[in-house]
Design a protein around this ligand. Structure first.
Ligand code: ATP
Ligand code: MG
Length: 436
């Protein structure tokens, strides 16, 4: 993309309405614009980042055996009356009447809808296990939308729902999501720590929130410092037994404020980390709560009906864009991990209008594109200082700088945004390095 043609409305001034750094940088780098309280437009750069995050989530969900679907954002209130949540949900639910005065709502979550799909289409125990997920917009009329996309009212969520015939299998489904989550967040350069979380009226220990430690996090959290270093599982066989991996992570103390046990934590002494955190995901087993209420059953092997056990598994896809910036930025701007960066390379032409610079840039731009490398090419007629500052703010991982002096010696500059290391290389060497 040529910067001269792109829609990236960056801001020089720090927006005063933004209280945390990720929100400020998302506005300044032109990723998002507010539409109404807690409701955002995602501009081209933000959209690319959001799509990259969603793609990582999708790949790891698929690897774990979940299948992608798309459910409606606007739901019928009737289903929620069946589950009993229509009245219970409270003012966070955006209620809508259609032209026939029917009760509709903008979905804050999708347990009812997915249970309805299940009961209408799945008839036999042989069709289980089943895990269905979507990556779609939710609306929750939060009391205090704040921190930009971190706590929005409309936000993008990955929500998966598992159905199993018995508890042992439901636990396996839970473990699959547990391991998939460890891998998903690690691929985005984040360390998200699974912490025991409130499991509601069902009780049990099958509720974990995945928390990224950050000063600006909304929750107080406590964990063993060993969890900050634990290696992420590689080459996982999701059909095999995953219990050992889950036990390895859950044997060390980690709890959100609601589940925190100060007496147990005190025994950790210097190994205890007490910090603030951002909840980027939540996995939850809730037994037959919805399947029983909505009369979803399948025929078992002996012909008697089985009410499936369910779990739900959320990831805050749009919140992650903010969380990644909280974890990776400096005074100059965003530092995107390669896996989610809106472009891999920022190409800076130091002297637009100089025939040699223009030709070298155009040539490298075309060759990188041919090699499948995404490039943001600053071809504008601006001062070098403006271009450097802009590329640092946007935060693409690699900056290539082409100017008349270096070019005369056959050299261009390659800079790593993270850490700022620079090298002088030939154009071919840069092409080689960035194409692999
Ligand atoms: P929170 O305690 O932050 O309100 P929650 O417990 O309501 O979260 P879930 O219902 O488990 O969240 O939703 C799954 C995920 O969706 C959360 O882990 C979080 O990452 C994300 N999420 C929830 N609410 C919001 C919101 N208002 N804005 C952005 N992301 C959100
Ligand atoms: Mg909430």
């Amino acid at each position: 993309m040529r910067l001269s043609r792109s829609f990236i409305p960056t801001l020089k001034e720090t927006p005063t309405e933004a209280q945390i750094v990720s929100h400020r940088l998302m506005l300044r780098a032109g990723l998002i614009r507010q539409h109404a309280a807690g409701i955002y437009n995602w501009l081209p750069l933000g959209t690319r980042v959001l799509q990259n995050i969603a793609q990582i989530v999708r790949e790891e969900q698929n690897a774990a055996g979940a299948q992608e679907i798309i459910m409606p954002t606007v739901q019928s209130g009737e289903l929620w009356k069946e589950s009993g949540r229509y009245d219970d949900y409270g003012p966070e639910m955006l209620r809508i009447k259609d032209r026939h005065e029917r009760d509709m709502l903008y979905g804050p979550t999708h347990e009812e809808v997915v249970t309805d799909i299940f009961r209408n289409n799945v008839k036999s125990y042989r069709d289980l296990p089943l895990n269905l997920y979507q990556i779609h917009w939710k609306f929750r009329d939060e009391v205090r939308p704040r921190f930009g996309v971190m706590r929005g009212r409309e936000f993008l969520m990955k929500d998966a729902y598992s159905f199993d015939t018995d508890f042992a299998r439901a636990k396996h489904a839970y473990n699959q999501m547990f391991v998939a989550y460890l891998r998903t967040f690690a691929r985005m350069g984040l360390r998200a720590i699974p912490m025991r979380a409130d499991s509601g009226p069902i009780g049990g220990d099958m509720s974990h929130e995945f928390i990224v430690l950050a000063e600006t996090g909304e929750s107080a959290v406590f964990c063993h410092k060993g969890l900050l270093e634990k290696p992420i599982p590689q080459g996982v066989n999701y059909e095999g037994d995953l219990q050992a991996i889950v036990d390895d992570w859950t044997s060390l103390y980690a709890a959100t404020e609601e589940k925190h046990d100060a007496a147990v934590a005190a025994k950790l002494g210097a190994d205890l980390v007490s910090a603030r955190g951002i909840e980027v995901g939540h996995i939850f087993h809730f037994g037959t709560k919805y399947s029983a209420a909505m009369k979803a059953t399948v025929a078992g092997p002996d012909g008697t009906n089985i009410t499936p056990m369910m779990g739900s598994y959320g990831i805050g896809v749009s919140r992650l864009a903010g969380a990644i910036i909280e974890a990776s930025h400096d005074d100059a701007g965003i530092i995107w991990p390669e896996s989610v960066a809106p472009y891999r390379v920022g190409l800076i032409n130091l002297k637009t209008g100089d025939a040699a610079c223009d030709a070298a840039c155009a040539d490298l731009y075309a060759k990188l594109a041919a090699a499948g490398v995404s490039v943001l090419y600053d071809d504008r007629d601006e001062r070098p200082g403006v271009k450097f500052a802009n590329m640092d703010l946007i935060g693409v991982p690699w900056h290539v700088v082409i100017g008349p002096k270096g070019l005369a010696k056959g050299q261009i500059e390659l800079k790593r945004r993270a850490g700022g290391a620079r090298e002088e290389l030939s154009i071919d060497a840069v092409l080689q390095k960035l194409s692999t």
